[in-house]
Design a protein around this ligand. Structure first.
Ligand SMILES: NC(=O)c1ccc[n+]([C@@H]2O[C@H](COP(=O)([O-])OP(=O)(O)OC[C@H]3O[C@@H](n4cnc5c(N)ncnc54)[C@H](O)[C@@H]3O)[C@@H](O)[C@H]2O)c1
Ligand SMILES: N[C@@H](CCC(=O)N[C@@H](CSCO)C(=O)NCC(=O)O)C(=O)O
Ligand SMILES: [Zn+2]
Ligand SMILES: [Zn+2]
Length: 390
């Protein structure tokens, strides 16, 4: 056990600020919390930058069957290791890291399979808002002594958080932490949906439903893959400018077609349908459209959006019988601790963009304003500065 001062004395509880979600649909409350030291297999991270993903808003909106309250939300961030618990070997105090909600242990049957990036090592505990070692939270509100649940194994809306070592990707220190925080979720997910899940080939046609950060990252991935036609779909025409800038060949608004299902419109535009489609919204009706706009015989539709509790997808089985494929992706199929550092390298080599997704730079205190911007459809990614790097 050691901390960022190089001391071998055991890490002590830290008092810091964190945003607590006490109830669904209510603004977060800024609290002073006690963050307990990392235990065996855990890492305490100083959060330097944090961004909001639509999934944070979804859980705060009470739509997540796994949503627990009170909790500290947030899963897209970057930071510096403050201290580590017993047995931690892959990171040390001072290392730059990206917390990863999708863990990678390199030992469970999922991690050993080339077919998936899901990891089974800590998922049961992260889903219950606690740490694996003692099934407890490391967060307590100073004033009330109330225990606060973790969220997605990351809880990055805090100045300090505790994550499992398997959820902590070490990255190079010359990468700017403000940009690379986006690799903790949205941008990686869109790129990986195209590269890993769909494995889009050069010359393919595609439709991307939802032109937020995840949809735009799909478009970026499609451009890299050499897709020849990329149709952006959004009900907010203001999103088309970004869609075209990122590489769409055209954009369509489902509201502009006199009630005709958008899948019919796309099938007509593309002589039978697209080779690949991506649903980046979380709307089960749109998931159906995204499947049904795919070409008979080979079209594949990838579900990325997270739908509300109780929602179900439907289509005629005939759509699948006739060769369309429905898939989903979590974190774009990337094996987090292995692949996130490589994505950082690709950003540093200017192969992928990150800064263009940052529409708002804000302060830690502005989190509720950032949620408002997200709900109003006014931002791609708002990135908030949490703690200074030095
Ligand atoms: N599977 C994963 O690993 C993963 C990772 C990150 C995000 N997500 C999910 O992906 C989705 C997108 O995330 P985001 O951060 O880009 O969200 P976002 O809110 O920024 O973007 C959503 C876009 O969809 C558009 N839209 C809404 N309803 C529509 C409709 N009926 N038809 C067409 N367009 C519509 C909105 O105008 C907006 O541009 C969310 O559901 C999020 O929870 C999943
Ligand atoms: N908890 C929800 C599902 C939420 C969900 O699907 N999360 C995505 C990541 S969204 C990131 O913005 C995911 O990767 N899920 C896989 C996993 O959580 O292991 C529910 O219970 O329906
Ligand atoms: Zn996310
Ligand atoms: Zn694993």
């Amino acid at each position: 056990m050691s901390d960022s001062n190089g001391s071998n004395a055991p890490p002590q509880p830290i008092e810091c600020r964190a945003w607590v979600a006490y109830e669904p649909k209510k603004p977060l409350k800024l609290e002073t919390v006690i963050v307990n030291p990392p235990q065996k297999g855990e890492v305490r991270v100083k959060i330097c930058y944090m961004a909001l993903c639509h999934t944070d808003a979804y859980t705060l909106g009470g739509l997540d069957p796994e949503g627990l309250f009170p909790s500290i939300l947030g899963h897209e961030a970057s930071g510096i290791v403050e201290s580590v618990g017993e047995g931690v070997t892959s990171v040390k105090p001072g290392d730059h890291v990206i917390p990863c909600y999708q863990a990678f242990c390199d030992a469970c049957k999922f991690c050993l399979s080339r077919k998936t990036n899901l990891c089974g090592s800590v998922r049961q505990w992260t889903g219950n808002g606690v740490m694996k070692n003692d099934s407890q939270s490391r967060f307590t509100v100073k004033e009330t002594g109330k225990k606060i649940y973790h969220f997605m194994g990351t809880s990055t809306f805090a100045e300090y958080t505790v994550v499992h070592e398997v959820s902590c990707a070490k990255i190079r220190e010359d990468a700017d932490l403000e940009s690379v925080c986006l690799l903790g979720c949205g941008v990686s997910t869109g790129l990986g949906a195209v590269w890993n899940t769909a494995k889009v080939e050069s010359g393919a046609t595609a439709a991307v439903f939802g032109l937020g950060t995840v949809g735009l990252a799909c478009i970026e991935g499609l451009v890299h893959a050499g897709a020849k036609r990329i149709i952006g779909v959004d009900i907010d025409a203001k999103k088309f400018e970004a869609g075209m800038k990122w590489g769409c060949t055209e954009c369509v608004n489902p509201m502009d077609h006199e009630g005709r299902p958008i899948q019919e419109v796309i099938v007509e535009m593309t002589d039978g349908g697209v080779d690949y489609s991506f649903e980046c919204i979380g709307n089960v009706e749109v998931m159906r459209s995204a499947l049904e706009c795919c070409h008979k015989g080979w079209g594949e539709s990838i579900i990325i959006g997270v739908a509300a509790s109780g929602q179900m997808i439907q289509t005629r089985p005939f759509q699948l019988v006739t060769g369309r494929v429905w898939k989903g992706t979590a974190f774009g199929g990337f094996k987090s601790r292995v692949d996130v550092p490589k994505l950082v390298d690709r950003y540093m080599n200017k192969e992928i963009k990150l800064r263009d997704y940052i529409t708002h730079q804000m302060q830690f205190e502005d989190l509720n304003k950032a949620f408002d911007l997200l709900h109003e459809g006014k931002c791609l990614r708002a990135v908030l500065k949490a703690m200074p790097e030095k």
